[in-house]
Design a protein around this ligand. Structure first.
Ligand code: ATP
Length: 614
């Protein structure tokens, strides 16, 4: 490891100051890896005089990395006892997971700069440091006192080596040694590398033990029969054909999370909702190996119909999820609607069958998923000459507590309106927001619906995913379907965007750059929200098609937290300035009268993603 003499330290300190003022760092004086890291740190707007790092104390103490690191750290603790070297292990993202030995004064200093368990020392938060550089460059790094980007770290020097998963070859973490700045021993770099190698060796032993156990459990589970089986390890996933053909990458993630929760007990079961809108009953068994818990074996039974709440919501309601549902004949595309997601198709087929056979139907789903649209389209698909009568139980006029000052409001207003709706064969009556019917109104509403159905009207009720509805009302319906939320059917986005833009009637289309921005949103208001975003974007567009810059500022961010009104205004101003400057941050910063460092910091804080410079 290089020695940092006082003179060398002063030269580097001068080079760093000049670099901060805008000069290029001199090549032979400042090592290349440090120079590159300074540039990245500056670009990211990292502060130079205070250490602001995120803190997340919770982590998996039983992870593969931590299990393998434990014996190596124990040994180092004994060997280095009494020395002024501190040993630190981080995970692959730079979160400090363990810190050992080191004399009290050094530890107190490291506490002050948050180089302690639970904090992240990734370069993106603290700038140039041994851990951050090793992770960025994926090789061993040494960062001496003055080479740290942040002044508060310049009292120490550190040597870090990446720890690679011996099976996948991916970086799993770092081994880092830190000591007071000064004539650091070249032994430190060698020791960091050797300890990382030791951890990798233990990881390999653990991996083979885990893998043997998982393979054996998988082999036994799939030996007889072809039921869907999944075997999940830390860095391994085995699926037989019956499971693989039904599950997406997101399902794997959901099942991995579920297995981690379920796995505390040796054997357990739970229903898990999958991304396509279906759900599966998951039986989970923990797989143990000699080296500890190797992973989980999951036995899956898919529900091929709507998710659980749809079938349990209505007393006496028959869910369309049985084997018969798969045989439902019906269209894939309903008039005026878009989507080919399996759960959407199931809901469409069932709705059309119910419309044809006049079977009273409940449609569950989050706000704006398209429940009413589905009822309208299914009714139209039967060739009906008139549109359904659509009433909204959440309409203030129909509230039970409204003071009846005329025929139009008060507790009887809703049953009256239902009775007044056109009824008879070829007619449909859709009551939206069934969950808004007050208990006091429930029986009158139920009677009005029954009367309409008796005259040949197709009756449909729409309601939220976990509604509270009196049984007397639910019993009027016979079948139930669930419309999946948009975030679970993102593959439908291009078709939906095209369909919704077509409705604006202006021959508008979507630029291909828009779809990735739409795809990463959570869409709590579902298709209704998408429609309003696209409608506004189409109205304000500057060319023949909707471009990213026509979308609202919130779609240019990857949202993680809710913002105050003031923060929202600031974020929107930043996004608009960036869009107006064609993605040029310097220009945007100048126009806003703020420094480039500030614009980078704020972009990070608000999760603003960079528009491609024009
Ligand atoms: N699959 C689809 N294709 C095209 N447009 C759709 C689709 N689903 C929903 N929409 C449109 O999204 C908007 C919201 O749909 P709709 O009003 O049916 O939602 P909802 O689930 O009934 O909402 P709420 O829960 O608020 O009553 C409507 O304009 C509808 O036409």
């Amino acid at each position: 490891m290089p020695m940092e003499s006082e003179a060398q330290g002063r030269t580097i300190a001068r080079a760093r100051l000049k670099f901060l003022e805008g000069s290029e760092p001199p090549t032979p004086v400042v090592p290349e890896s440090v120079r590159d890291s300074w540039k990245r740190s500056k670009l990211l707007g990292i502060g130079i005089d205070e250490v602001v790092v995120p803190y997340r104390p919770d982590y998996d103490r039983e992870s593969h990395l931590m299990r393998a690191a434990a014996p190596v750290l124990d040994r180092l603790e004994q060997t280095l006892a009494g020395s002024d070297v501190c040993v630190i292990v981080t995970d692959r993202k730079g979160w400090v997971r363990d810190r050992r030995v080191g004399e009290a004064r050094l530890m107190a200093h490291l506490d002050r700069v948050h180089l302690a368990p639970g904090f992240s020392y990734a370069e993106q938060f603290v700038g140039t440091n041994g851990i951050g550089v090793a992770l960025e460059e994926r090789r061993s790094s040494v960062v001496l006192g003055a080479e740290h980007f942040n002044e508060r770290l310049q009292k120490v020097s550190c040597a870090a080596s990446p720890i690679r998963d011996p099976i996948s070859g991916r970086v799993a973490g770092t081994m880092n040694l830190t000591c007071w700045n000064g004539p650091a021993s070249s032994l430190m770099a060698a020791l960091a590398q050797e300890s990382a190698d030791d951890i990798e060796r233990v990881m390999y032993e653990i991996s083979t033990s885990y893998e043997r156990a998982l393979l054996e459990a998988f082999r036994q589970a799939t030996h007889y029969g072809d039921r869907p089986v999944l075997c999940i390890g830390d860095d391994l996933l085995l699926a037989n054909a019956a499971a693989a053909e039904r599950l997406t990458g997101d399902d794997h993630r959901l099942l991995r999370e579920a297995s981690a929760e379920l796995g505390h007990a040796p054997r357990t079961r739970r229903r898990v909702r999958l991304t396509g809108g279906t759900s599966a009953l998951v039986r989970c068994r923990r797989v143990d190996s000699r080296a500890g818990v190797a992973g989980y074996l999951l036995d899956l039974v898919f529900d091929d119909g709507p998710p659980a709440e749809a079938s349990t919501g209505a007393a006496g309601t028959r869910s369309s999820g049985g084997p018969g549902a798969a045989a439902d004949a019906g269209p894939r595309a309903l008039p005026g609607l878009a989507g080919a997601d399996p759960a959407w198709n199931t809901a469409s087929r069932t709705a059309v069958r119910c419309a044809r056979e006049r079977v009273p139907l409940l449609i569950y789903g989050e706000a704006g998923t398209g429940k009413s649209a589905l009822a309208r389209a299914a009714h139209a698909f039967t060739g009906a000459a008139s549109a359904p009568a659509v009433l909204d139980a959440a309409d203030p006029r129909y509230r039970a507590e409204a003071l009846g000052s005329g025929g139009d409001s008060g507790p009887d207003a809703l049953p009256d309106a239902l009775r007044a709706a056109p009824a008879g064969p070829g007619r449909a009556l859709v009551l939206r927001h069934l969950d808004a019917v007050a208990p006091a109104q429930a029986s009158a509403v139920a009677e009005a619906l029954t009367a309409a159905a008796a005259r040949g009207t197709w009756i449909v009720g729409t309601l939220g995913p976990a509604p509270e509805v009196p049984d007397s009302l639910l019993r009027r319906f016979v079948e139930a379907v669930t419309v999946p939320p948009l975030r679970h059917r993102l593959a439908d986005l291009p078709a939906l965007a095209e369909c919704l833009l077509r409705r604006t009637g202006a021959g508008v289309e979507c630029s291909p750059d828009v779809l990735p921005l739409l795809r990463r949103q959570n869409w709590p208001g579902n298709v209704g929200q998408l429609e309003s975003v696209l409608r506004k974007a189409a109205a304000g567009r500057r060319t023949y098609r909707v471009e990213p810059r026509d979308l609202p500022p919130s779609l240019h961010t990857v949202g993680h937290r809710s913002l105050s009104a003031w923060e929202t205004a600031e974020r929107d101003t930043l996004v608009e300035a960036l869009l107006d400057a064609g993605g040029n941050k310097l220009l945007a910063a100048q126009r806003l009268g703020i420094s480039r460092t500030t614009i980078y910091r704020k972009m990070r804080a608000y999760g603003i993603t960079l528009p491609t410079p024009r």
